[in-house]
Write a protein that binds this ligand. Structure first.
Ligand code: NDP
Ligand code: HSE
Length: 353
């Protein structure tokens, strides 16, 4: 049985949810997946950082109500978030990057991933910045250092879309996609249809753990823009940068726009899409669209996301599932670790044969 030592960078909703899963499910994972996870280091802007080579108790990490700088009171702890030292020096196999997504330049998360990969550590992340802005560089670094860079949760939370397409749609010739790719804005639009005002609906999405640290990224479409870039680059072989994707969010939609759509048997949805043009170039866009109720994406509600992949050989293939949520996104991290475990176990078996 394998034990993976891990470092958590950022200890907000997602990494706390992963810690809760570790506290309750390690024995199950040992039996069903063939590994356990051992948290050896944590670093968080608010709480500080801590390294404990033998491992930190996951239950204590969750239940202790640490104050600002609280990790400084632990053995091996500091009141400062010394990410660089933790990432480079902690004796871990996997760095779990779940700090805030910076839609402008992806930092500091890109540096976190770089430091980890250069130190020979696998990276699993739900952070969209490094994947949308620096995937090529980070994948090359991973390859050069014989480690993995995995990021299933960067699109549609724990709902498998990147790995599903890569593993099961090879040869189907994906020509484009359109989807609902932001849980917060979809949730907000639904709450507004029920008569709630925009600000209260955003506050609800924040309380439920769907929204970004700065929810402007959700409602102005910046988060979807990163996801369109990730999907286009991964599934269509594009080389898009976020600023090349046109972007409009939902903040200009008024209650009367929402009512007018309902009277016309339709619904506003924030749609992210990309298409391969006749000349081979790829065009991506993010914009609110008024969809007739019979449209397949019109019935996707709350924080659920869906993406329809337009393929040459299969026609349209639609994947639907949670697009946000703490535990749902922690599952994406687990799925990345399972992928690493299976790939490493497979190559060890091949070496032994
Ligand atoms: N929640 C969700 O449903 C989903 C989230 N994601 C992505 O996963 C990541 C984590 O999300 P979530 O846990 O919800 O976000 P949170 O805002 O709850 O947590 C992020 C944590 O990281 C800390 N942090 C921020 N900057 C740094 C830094 N430089 N060094 C160390 N710690 C830092 C924050 O501290 P402080 O609060 O003091 O700033 C906070 O504790 C984000 O990138 C998000 O976009 C992806 C899919 C779904
Ligand atoms: N804030 C994002 C999280 C998932 O990336 C959303 O609401 O979809």
């Amino acid at each position: 049985m394998k034990i993976y030592n891990i470092a958590l960078i950022g200890f907000g909703g997602v990494n706390r949810a992963l810690t809760e899963l570790i506290a309750t499910k390690n024995s199950l994972w040992e039996r069903d997946l063939g590994f356990r996870l051992n948290i050896v280091a944590v670093s968080d802007l608010y709480l500080g950082s801590v390294i404990s080579p033998n491992g930190l108790d996951a239950k204590t990490l969750i239940e202790a109500n640490f104050a600002k700088g609280g990790f400084g009171r632990l053995s091996g702890g500091s009141a400062e978030a010394d990410n660089e030292t933790i990432i480079k020096s902690a004796p871990v196999d996997i760095v779990v990057e779940a700090t805030f997504t910076n839609p402008k330049d992806g930092e500091p998360a890109i540096s976190h991933c770089r430091w980890a990969l250069k130190s020979g550590k696998h990276v699993v992340t739900t952070n969209k910045g490094p994947v949308a802005i620096a995937a090529q560089e980070l994948k090359a670094l991973a390859k050069a250092n014989n480690v993995h860079f995995e990021y299933e949760g960067s699109v549609m939370s724990g709902t498998p879309v990147l790995r599903m397409a890569e593993k099961t749609l090879s040869g189907a010739e994906i020509k484009g996609f359109e989807g609902i790719l932001n849980g917060t804005s979809n949730f907000v639009l639904g709450r507004m249809e029920n008569g709630l005002d925009f600000a209260s609906a955003v506050a609800e999405a924040q309380a439920l753990g769907f929204a970004e640290a700065d929810p402007t990224a959700d409602v102005e479409g910046l988060d979807v823009r990163l996801k369109v870039v990730i999907l286009a680059n991964e599934l269509l072989g594009a080389n898009l940068k976020p600023e090349e994707v046109s972007c409009e969010g939902i903040s200009k939609l008024s209650p009367s726009d929402i009512d007018a759509a309902a009277k016309a048997n339709s619904r506003w949805k924030l749609i992210g899409s990309a298409v391969r043009n006749a000349d081979g170039t790829i065009t991506g866009s993010v914009a609110p669209k008024q969809l007739p109720l019979e449209h397949p994406l019109a019935g996707v509600n709350g924080a659920t996301n869906a993406v329809s992949l337009n393929t040459e050989l299969l026609g349209s293939v639609t994947v639907t599932g949670p697009g946000a949520g703490r535990t749902e996104t922690a599952y994406a991290l687990l799925s990345d670790i399972v992928a690493i475990h299976n790939a490493r176990s497979g190559s060890l078996a091949k070496d032994a044969a």
